[in-house]
Ligand binder design. Structure first.
Ligand SMILES: Cc1cc2nc3c(=O)[nH]c(=O)nc-3n(C[C@H](O)[C@H](O)[C@H](O)COP(=O)(O)OP(=O)(O)OC[C@H]3O[C@@H](n4cnc5c(N)ncnc54)[C@H](O)[C@@H]3O)c2cc1C
Length: 400
C-alpha cells in the first residue's frame, strides 16, 4: 500500500494494536485509526507482567524477539515516562525439562541471540538473595528484562497521538464491510469506517469478531494471574525469572516490590463468544496466593511474611501449534491479524507491530514470518481443536 491517501483501521488498542499504529505512522502510511471497545489497554496488556526474553522455541520467534529487544531499548529513549528494565531474563529448568531446551541452543547461536547456561552455584553467586535447588539449571538471556505496562501503554498511546494516529475509545467494532471479496472497512457501534486495510488485534476476542467475516482461527484463551507484594524490607537485585519448575515466574517491581505469576494447569480454557465480554468478570481462587508462597518461598526466602498488595487477572491466547498468528488472512484480502502470542504478547508487541505495519505498507516483512501465517492450519484440524474444551495444561506450554 504505502500511499499517502490510504486509510488503515486497527481493531484493538492493546500493545499489539498501538504498536502497529506507531509503526504505520512512523512510515507515513496515510491515515490511521485505532478502535477499542474500552479505553486503551483494557485487554490483557494492562495486566501483563511485561517480561521478555529472546530465547524461544522457533527461528521466527527468536528473530522477532531480537527485534523487540532492540525496539524496547529505542522506545525507552523515545517515549516519555517509559523505561525498559534491562535486568536480564533467567529461565529455570530441572533435569527433566532441560534436555528439550538444550536442543535449542544451536538455534540461539545461529540466530545470534546471546545466552549463558548457569549451574546452581553460579546462580547463587550472581544472585545471592535466591536459593535455587542444586538440580536447577539456568538459561540466562543477558538482553532480557521487563516493562511496566502502566508506564508503557499510556506512553505508547501518547506517542501514537503525537504522530497523528486517531485513537477512538469506547467504540466497539461489530463487523466488516466486504466489497468484491475484499475488506473495505469496518462497522462499529457508531457507524461505518471505510478503510483500505483492517488489522485485527483484538486478542481474546478474535474469533468472536472474525466470525462476522466467516473466519475461524484455531486460538484458545486461558485465564492467567499475577500478584505484587508490598515493598520488601530490602529490594532484591534479581533478573526477571521464568521458573517453570516452580509453576510460575518472578520479577522485581517498582518500589522494592516483587511481582509473581502462577500457572493454573487444571483450570479449563476460557471461552470468549461475545464481543461485550470484559476481563473484569474473571475470577481466581484466593488460595492461589498461598500456593504461590508455598512454591516460591524456598527459592525467594525474603517472601516469608510479606503481604500481597495487588492482583491482576487477564487472558492469554494460544494457537493450535503454540506459535503466534501474524499476517494477512488469505480468504479475505485487506484483513490482517495479530493474535495467539502465548504468554508473550507484551514481549512480542514492538516486533509484531512492526511486522504488521510492514505487511500493510508493502506486503513484505524484514524477516520471514511464514511460520506465523494465519493460513498455515488445516481447516478440519482447526475445527476439531476449537470444538474440544481443554484444561490449561493441554494448551501448548510457552512462557514469555
Ligand atoms: C497476568 C498476565 C501476565 C502476563 N505476563 C506477560 C509477560 O510477562 N510477558 C509477555 O510478553 N506477555 C505477558 N502476558 C500476555 C500479554 O498480556 C498479552 O499477550 C498482550 O497484552 C496481548 O496484547 P494485545 O494488544 O494483542 O491484546 P489486548 O491487550 O488484550 O488488547 C486487545 C484489545 O482489543 C479490544 N477489543 C476487543 N474486542 C474489540 C472490538 N470488537 N472492537 C474494538 N476493540 C476490541 C479490547 O478492549 C482490548 O483492549 C501476560 C498476560 C496476563 C493476563
Amino acid at each position: 500500500m504505502g500511499l499517502m491517501g490510504s486509510k488503515t483501521v486497527i481493531l484493538g488498542g492493546g500493545v499489539t494494536g498501538l504498536s502497529t499504529a506507531y509503526h504505520l505512522a512512523r512510515k507515513g502510511c496515510g491515515s490511521i485509526v485505532v478502535l477499542d471497545k474500552g479505553p486503551v489497554g483494557d485487554g490483557s496488556s494492562s495486566r501483563a507482567a511485561g517480561i521478555i526474553t529472546a530465547l524461544l522455541w522457533s527461528e521466527t520467534g527468536v528473530l522477532a524477539r531480537k527485534i523487540s529487544l532492540q525496539l524496547f531499548r529505542e522506545l525507552s529513549e523515545e517515549l516519555d515516562g517509559y523505561t525498559f528494565q534491562a535486568v536480564g531474563a533467567l529461565n529455570l529448568f530441572d533435569p527433566q525439562s532441560w534436555p528439550e531446551r538444550e536442543r535449542l541452543l544451536p538455534l540461539y547461536r545461529r540466530c545470534g541471540a546471546p545466552f549463558e547456561v548457569l549451574d546452581a552455584d553460579e546462580m547463587r553467586r550472581r544472585w545471592p538473595q535466591l536459593q535455587p535447588r542444586d538440580e536447577f539449571i539456568g538459561l540466562y538471556d543477558p538482553l532480557g528484562g521487563y516493562s511496566e505496562p502502566d508506564e508503557y501503554v499510556p506512553a505508547l498511546a501518547r506517542r501514537c497521538r503525537e504522530l497523528g494516529v486517531e485513537i477512538r475509545e469506547h467504540e466497539p467494532a461489530t463487523g466488516f464491510v466486504v466489497r468484491s471479496g475484499k475488506v473495505a472497512g469496518v462497522r462499529t457501534a457508531r457507524g461505518t469506517i471505510e478503510a483500505d486495510a483492517v488489522v485485527s488485534t483484538v486478542y481474546a476476542w478474535t474469533n468472536a469478531l472474525l466470525a462476522e467475516a466467516g473466519i475461524r482461527l484455531p486460538v484458545k484463551a486461558v485465564v492467567h494471574q499475577r500478584y505484587v507484594t508490598q515493598p520488601l524490607a530490602a529490594p532484591l537485585a534479581i533478573p526477571a525469572i521464568n521458573a517453570d519448575p516452580l509453576g510460575g515466574y518472578v520479577r522485581p517491581a517498582a518500589g522494592g516490590r516483587l511481582l509473581f505469576g502462577i500457572e493454573t494447569a487444571e483450570r479449563e480454557e476460557q471461552r470468549v463468544t461475545e464481543l461485550s465480554y470484559h476481563l473484569s468478570s474473571l475470577e481466581a481462587p484466593e488460595s492461589l496466593k498461598e500456593d504461590l508462597r508455598r512454591s516460591f518461598t524456598p527459592y525467594v526466602p525474603q517472601l516469608t511474611g510479606v503481604e500481597w498488595e495487588e492482583r491482576r487477572l487477564g487472558l492469554l491466547t494460544f494457537s493450535m501449534d503454540g506459535e503466534p498468528i501474524v499476517g494477512p488472512v488469505g480468504g479475505l484480502p485487506g484483513l490482517y491479524v495479530g493474535v495467539a502470542f502465548h504468554s508473550g504478547g507484551f514481549a512480542y508487541n514492538p516486533a509484531a507491530g512492526l511486522l504488521l505495519a510492514e505487511l500493510v505498507e508493502s506486503g513484505r516483512t524484514g524477516i520471514d514470518i511464514g511460520a506465523f501465517s494465519p493460513d498455515r492450519f488445516d481447516p478440519a484440524e482447526a475445527d476439531a481443536y476449537l470444538a474440544e474444551t481443554v484444561k490449561q495444561k493441554h494448551v501448548a506450554r510457552r512462557r514469555h
